[in-house]
Each structure stands twice: as C-alpha cells, then as structure tokens.
Design a protein. Sequence first.
Length: 228
Amino acid sequence: MRKNFRIIMMCILTVSALSVTACGGKGNKAETTAESTVESTAATTEESSETVTESTTESVGETSSVAAADIKGSLNGDVYTNDEFNIKFDAKAGGMVMAGAEEFNVMREMSSDDTLEMYAYDDSYTKIAMFGVLKDNTDIKSYIDDNIATIKKDNEGIGENNIKVESSTVKFLGEDAPCLNAQLTSGGVTQYHTQVFIKSGDHVAVIAVNGLDEQSIKDCLGMFTKAK
C-alpha cells in the first residue's frame, strides 16, 4: 500500500520540470585596470566605485536569497509555513507527521528537480500531503492536462474503468483554485488523489493530497490554513 501511494504521489513531481530558479549570488568584482602611473585620487575613486559595486551586488544577492527562502517556506518541528503563498500546515494537529530529513531527501531526489518542499503522512500511510513549488508562470491548465495524461498512462494496467481523473476547481482558503481530482481502484481499494494549484504573483505552487475517501481529502486540505 505504501509503495502504491508513493507511485501515485510522484505523478505531481515528474510531469514537468518543477524547479525553482532563484537568481542571485555574488557577481564578479569590478576589475581595477588603472596603471601604476594613475594619480592617487583616481585610484581612490576607482577603489570606492569597486566597493560600491561589490556592496550593491552583495545586497542584490542577499535579497534574492531571501526571496528564494520565502518561496521555499520553512519547517519548524511539524509545522510548515510559506509566507510567499500565505499558507501554513500543522501536521501534528491533524494526526500526521512530517517526513524525517532522510525520507524527505529521498522523495525530493525522486522528483528529479528538487520541487518538493513539504512531505507529511499519517501513521498508516493512508493520508499524505505534499507541497511543491513549480516554475514561475507555469501554465496551470497545460500542467493539469499533462498530469491527467500521465496518470492515465502510468496506471493503465488497472483498467480504464478503474481510473477516474478530471480537471476541476475547489474552494481553497476562501478562493476558487484549479485542481485535479483522481480516483484509482485496484484490488477493491480506491485511492483518492487531489492536486490544488495556488499562485502568488508569477509564482505557482501545488498542494497534493492522498486518501482513501473524499472526506480524508477534504480533511487533509483543511489542514492548510493561512499563515497570517
């Protein structure tokens, strides 16, 4: 059962290049090209200019780093907070636990592009919640369409009649949000999977939850609250 859930959950992470590209980092310092014959005043001016350039570059790099951190969110115990998307997820409050560092890293590597930012599940592993940040300006409709095709293809072995997947909308934190809903039945067990897409400016994120019934999906999505 645990393996099956993981396979389904990976559909969210393997369809597109779901990486966050954060610009920034320290640039090259301005090069000093003055000859030894340059007057001391000119040398001083050039040195001051270099200092300003370096300081400005560092400031831009620091700002970019802060922006990247805001997009990725932060984890404090069993509480994940993402100020950029204004969401918070308290795993413990909903009877779930956050994945440990080792398990999280394995799942992130499986995403092939370091998209995964949060991964939580309950003790029986029948309820799972994940949060990922997609590329800026991701075309959500195309992304959902691609995911629908992939889910159908990857699970065609269970039979077409046992796969129900559609694009829809859901009320999430008071707003209508595009979503993907899937139901896959195998061995008499139906697994429910929902992906909800949210935006903040050009930034796009996806919340994915798994459960054994519609109520568990609603409960899991309900664990996401506004950060402020």
